[in-house]
Design a protein around this ligand. Structure first.
Ligand SMILES: Nc1ncnc2c1ncn2[C@@H]1O[C@H](COP(=O)(O)OP(=O)(O)OP(=O)(O)O)[C@@H](O)[C@H]1O
Ligand SMILES: [Mg+2]
Length: 316
């Protein structure tokens, strides 16, 4: 098993309110309110922990609402490398109606200033060595510039860690230039950054080739229910996920990323790496929440996934 660091620069407290029917502008009554510590790097950390890895978590947490985060970190036995900053970690409110409609209200993060950023860099210099990989996932909080972000990724790389990156927009653009080991954009995120829509397989192939040419080793492009295509110097593989009843897609991308990092670090074959990762993502979609909650179901899902080398690749 590996030692893996995950970095969540902009975590969130997810507040899920369930109610029959939302009537804006009136007093509404909810059935339940659930709060849980979230953020892409923390999600990836939990799936990697389910897969048996030793996890250190880092990033920024607001000092005023630490409890759910510290509880999660303690419960999962993660090493806590988070820097505390003044203010509150943002809250993302999800209003879930009986019909299944979901309204999201995402809050702002706490301001991260230069001294907090310097503290994170300094902390990482101390704690990162000895880890096999670092997963950097999610958006940047207010105050963190893409220049700082690029500097951070460069430092992690210089410390000898394999950097796996999952972000979007300007942060993804800056991140690609830092030549991470692995990237996992979805087609929209990568299309936006490369300024070209990625509708067909050959669009994706051309985009992946640009990233491989930059020196990125593993390019994993996800496309929701249509599955995922994985490009590297050896091969191109596409996985078609099984049909599952969608309960919530929260954590699908994070689960896929965790599964890919797991298979690659374990030295598993390409096919079984992609098969397992796609099954973990499908399992996330089939449940509220994510993680390896039912190992037998995971085995069944793995059997139902079709892996093949896309045709345009064989011709080209
Ligand atoms: N409806 C679905 N059925 C089965 N598998 C799915 C479905 N939706 C997503 N997945 C799986 O999850 C993977 C990641 O999904 P997606 O491409 O939507 O990631 P994402 O946009 O990064 O998601 P996230 O919102 O978690 O960041 C897909 O490649 C696929 O394997
Ligand atoms: Mg994603």
């Amino acid at each position: 098993m590996a030692k893996i660091l995950t970095l969540t620069l902009n975590p969130a407290l997810d507040l899920t309110v369930t109610l029959e029917h939302l009537q804006p502008g009136t007093v509404n009554r909810s059935h339940a309110l659930q709060a849980h510590a979230a953020g892409k790097g923390l999600n990836v950390a939990q799936v990697l922990a389910d897969l048996g890895h030793q996890i250190t978590v880092s990033g920024f947490l607001g000092a005023d609402n630490l409890q759910p985060f510290e509880a999660l970190i303690a419960q999962r036995g993660f090493v806590d490398g988070f820097i505390r900053v003044p203010g509150q970690t943002r809250s993302n409110i999800k209003l879930v109606e009986g019909s299944g409609r979901v309204t999201d209200i995402n809050g702002p993060g706490p301001d991260v200033d230069e001294s907090a950023f310097a503290a994170l860099l300094e902390r990482l210099e101390r704690i990162a060595p000895g880890h096999d990989a670092v997963v950097v996932a999610g958006s940047l909080p207010p105050g963190v510039t893409v220049q700082w972000f690029a500097q951070l990724l460069a430092r992690l790389k210089a410390l000898g860690l394999k950097v796996a990156l999952d972000t979007s927009g300007e942060a993804l653009r800056a991140g690609l230039a830092s030549m991470p080991w692995l990237v996992k954009p979805n087609t929209d995120e990568l299309g936006e950054v490369l300024e070209t829509p990625l509708h067909s397989f050959s669009d994706q192939q051309a985009a992946a080739r640009r990233l491989l040419d930059l020196g990125i080793e593993e390019v994993v492009i996800s496309q929701g229910a249509e599955g995922v295509t994985w490009f590297n110097a050896q091969a191109t593989l596409h996985a078609s996920p099984p049909t599952v009843k969608v309960a919530s897609t929260v954590g699908a991308g994070d689960s896929l990323l965790a599964g890919m990092v797991h298979g690659l670090l374990e030295g598993d074959t390409a096919e079984s790496t992609l098969r397992r990762a796609t099954a973990i993502a499908a399992m996330a979609v089939s449940q509220i929440g994510f993680g390896i909650t039912d190992p037998q179901y995971l085995v069944q899902l793995q059997r139902e996934i079709r892996i093949h080398t896309p045709a345009a690749e064989q011709e080209g």
